[in-house]
Design a protein around this ligand. Sequence first.
Ligand code: NZQ
Ligand code: ZN
Length: 395
Amino acid sequence: MMHKFDYWSPTEVVFGKGREDETAAYVKKYGGSKVLLVYGGGSVERSGLLQRVKEQLDAAGIGYAEFGGVQPNPTVEYAREGVKRAIESQADFILAVGGGSAIDTAKGIAHGAANPDVDIWKFWSGEEKVQKSMPVGVILTISAAGSETSASSVLTNKATGSKRGLDNIAFNFPKFAIMDPELTFTLPVYQVACGVTDIMMHTMDRYFNPLDNELTDAIAEALLRTVIANGAKAVKDTHDYDAMSEVMWCGSVSHNGLTGLGGQGDFAPHQLGHELSAMFDIAHGASLSAVWGQWARYVYQNRIERFVRFAKNVWNITEGSDEEIALAGIQATVDYFKSIGVPTCFSEAAEIGVQSEEVLRDLTDRCTFHGARTIGTFQVLDGDDIYNIYQAANV
Ligand code: NZQ
Ligand code: ZN
């Protein structure tokens, strides 16, 4: 049954080799005359990309200020510093050069600079609603979070230890996303693997939901087959242009809403993973693979036909009883994660390791927002369920 939905995907996608050379034109197109460049811990300086962008802005007569140093799993504390930089430099356009961390920080800066009287965490905690913002553009350097075309931004509040997503279809979509697969050639293999995992999970966290939809499900399955096949090639050769192109486009489509239209997205593995990356600062994709298999084995019997369909259409597993096919599909997914080098339980994640019961209880408490929520739609999970899944992953 198709659930009601709104679909709006307003980000202009500028895809292909060398398209970053058109950055100044796109900044102008969307009204930018003074840019704040937001980037991470150094990769765009080392690759020379940042310098090329600056030269281009200079040539086009567009002024800019800089805000580098954004770390993975970005914090609201650092985004607040970016808000100050945007205001003091009188920026009218925020340009993220990087991945989900730079982009989500750029979105936070845009909201903060347009609302200087509001502490930006209030937008993430839900105390305030974003009513106006500033335009954001993106030059993407890693295929993973999908933030370049998503309505989300995820920030961590270090002071409280909480990682929260802000969904806002009016103000979180970037104006444009420049996507040149060659810009991802400098990625470490592990980051490519974490990105492939996140792309799969954006699709699977929508796919495993209470409803069936022919077109949406078929798109999701095609995307999964594509990212699985090309992800395997990409981790073998990060300079494989064709594979990196497929992975990059999968990354955007996996999280712009298309793969879940008419469904009721589950996202429980994402909620479980967010608490792990908030507490242990593990790469987001790795935090998801570390719990997915345990989540899947915990919930599959609730609607086994969904897992059977997944096994057949994504992994081509057709022999056996429904139970055997469903479990073989889960195992194939876990084996794939292992094959690309991401963890499938806590001990396989160097940043986590096997934890005490006390830590599992703390993770559970945070994941339920201290008892205030359940997670998931495929199977609604309460605190006891969440604890059981963390415990199963704690090997
Ligand atoms: O910081 P630098 O030096 O740039 O290095 C980064 C970082 O260490 C590196 N990197 C990126 N592009 C590179 C490169 N290294 C060499 N060459 C390149 N071309 O990769 C590392 C990871 O970067 P990051 O931006 O953190 O990766 P990702 O895109 O996976 O973003 C993860 C963040 O996005 C959030 C995650 O929770 C996490 O905080 N998410 C955002 C979503 C959204 N806004 O819609 C949805 C996702 O589910 C996710 O939660
Ligand atoms: Zn994700």
